[in-house]
Design a protein around this ligand. Structure first.
Ligand SMILES: [Zn+2]
Length: 466
């Protein structure tokens, strides 16, 4: 068995691992690079010839795990893409959205660069198009959780629920080679315990080799109060002041979780009866996918659907369709709750809602997700007095609030809990999917505190797993 780290190695994005085992060449994930210093890699040739890869396994639909699939196919991959039912559904929504955004961005850059008479660091064309996505999707085959899939006589795998987002999986490989057997576990993105929609993350008692994410290995997602308490306070205060609660919302999982909590608060009459808008075409599609895959949800959410109390259907909720409906939200003066994408305010309908609310001291901008450096969301969150938005400079007068505990990623405590489940130390732990210093320190702690063999591999590092 040989494992090569093709991405998410001492960085958070671009997840991609190349496994040669049991006579097969397997990729686990094919993620987009989203961190600025690594964007070049999205445009380069794949580090391994795509035509030689037999099968690609996708752990979940987030773009940092699946966003380069259309490019892999365009560069010659013609094998099978195996993933769970729900991920197959979500990944097609996410990739189509990604292709559309890239098309729009490329057109915008072409116009701007033509006007300025210069060219940018990357070609002014989309990384891939809607047609590229349409060519990739027929390669996808769905695999149920927990069922053993034989890739060859010597290599098999199972998907285990990762509890990160709907459809997310960990991968457990078993390889029988040279008279011995080895188990290799990929954690994928590890979720938090006790979340409303996703089940708890799977844990393992035994593995020979473990590849583990470390996104939040250096911190805990703590809030002074629970999510319902914080939401109740923020909504009550803002409505009393006569403003809107504007929530930049990621389309997958976060939008649905917000609806879950708001539906509970509305039913319990814990918050005033105000209109609640979900204004994101992608979040609307994802919400439909959640309805289709209700069987994969955690017991609590499933029982709500079974009892006819869908969290996506409560008094006051409007799931917005057209641009006209979206614009109409801002002609109303009565207080409301507005959820819109994108989650980091880098594009989408949220920009229009910010335009109407940033200057109003009575409104609240509520962040419920990570805001990367250099994004409009980060500027607002960090208290910039003025921001540029849709060609205008606006003074930020709205109240800015944040709830940390929505995160879909295991925090430091939960990652420790996941490792504690192993009854015997693996032969080696590979720490990936974390900022360089975070991943290196986490591996160091595993060595010192647990006495495990652990390392944080670098990009293109390759290891024999004997
Ligand atoms: Zn993820």
């Amino acid at each position: 068995m040989r494992l090569t780290f093709l991405g998410a190695a001492r960085q958070v994005t671009g997840s991609c691992y190349f496994l040669e085992a049991g006579g097969m060449k397997v990729l686990v994930d094919c993620g987009l690079y989203q961190e600025r210093p690594f964007l070049d890699r999205n445009w380069g040739p794949f580090p391994v010839p795509p035509a030689e890869v037999d099968v690609l396994l996708l752990t979940h639909a987030h773009l940092d795990h699946s966003g380069l699939v259309p490019r892999l196919v365009a560069q010659g991959f013609s094998g099978t893409i195996l993933t769970t039912d729900a991920t197959s559904d979500l990944v097609s929504i996410a990739l189509m959205d990604s292709a559309r955004i890239q098309g729009e961005d490329a057109a915008f850059k072409q116009r701007r660069h033509a006007k300025e008479g210069r060219s940018g660091a990357h070609p002014e064309i989309p990384l891939y198009t809607v047609e590229d996505v349409q060519r990739a999707m027929p390669l996808v085959d769905e695999v149920p959780y927990d069922g053993e899939v034989a890739l060859s006589d010597a290599l098999s795998f199972r998907f285990r629920d990762a509890g990160h987002i709907l459809g997310s999986a960990m991968v457990e490989f078993d390889c029988h080679e040279n008279g011995g057997s080895r188990r290799l576990v990929f954690s994928g993105d590890i979720g938090q315990w006790d979340k409303p929609f996703v089940r708890d993350p799977s844990v393992f008692e035994r593995a020979d080799y473990v590849v583990m994410e470390s996104t939040y290995a250096d911190r805990d997602h703590e809030d002074p109060k629970s999510i319902p308490e914080l939401l109740t306070e923020i909504v009550a205060d803002t409505v009393k002041a006569g403003g809107n609660v504007v929530i930049p919302t990621f389309a997958i999982e976060r939008a649905q979780e917000l609806m879950f909590y708001l539906s509970r608060l509305v039913h319990d009459k814990a918050i005033p009866a105000v209109p609640v808008y979900l204004d994101s075409p992608m979040a609307r599609e994802v919400t439909d996918a959640f309805r289709r895959h209700a069987a994969d949800l955690d017991a609590e959410a499933r029982s709500l659907f079974e009892a006819g109390k869908s969290p996506f259907d409560f008094p006051g909720l409007a799931i917005v369709r057209t641009i006209e409906e979206s614009k109409a939200i801002n002609t109303q003066r009565a207080p409301s709750i507005i959820m819109a994408g994108s989650g980091m305010c880098t594009g989408g309908r949220i920009k229009h809602h910010l335009l109407y609310n940033l200057g109003r001291p009575e409104s609240t901008i509520l962040f419920v997700g990570y805001q990367a450096e250099g994004t409009l969301g980060r500027q607002i969150l960090e208290g910039e007095p003025q921001v540029r938005i849709l060609g205008q400079t606006l003074a930020v007068r709205a109240r800015v609030a944040k709830i940390n505990s929505f995160s879909a990623h295991a925090d430091r405590k939960a990652l420790g809990r996941w490792l504690d489940a192993f009854r015997t130390p693996p032969r080696r732990l590979f720490v990936t999917h974390g900022d360089a210093d975070v991943a290196v320190r986490f591996a160091e702690r595993a060595r010192q505190e647990r006495g495990w063999a652990a390392e944080a591999p670098a990009y293109l590092d390759s290891r024999d797993l004997d």
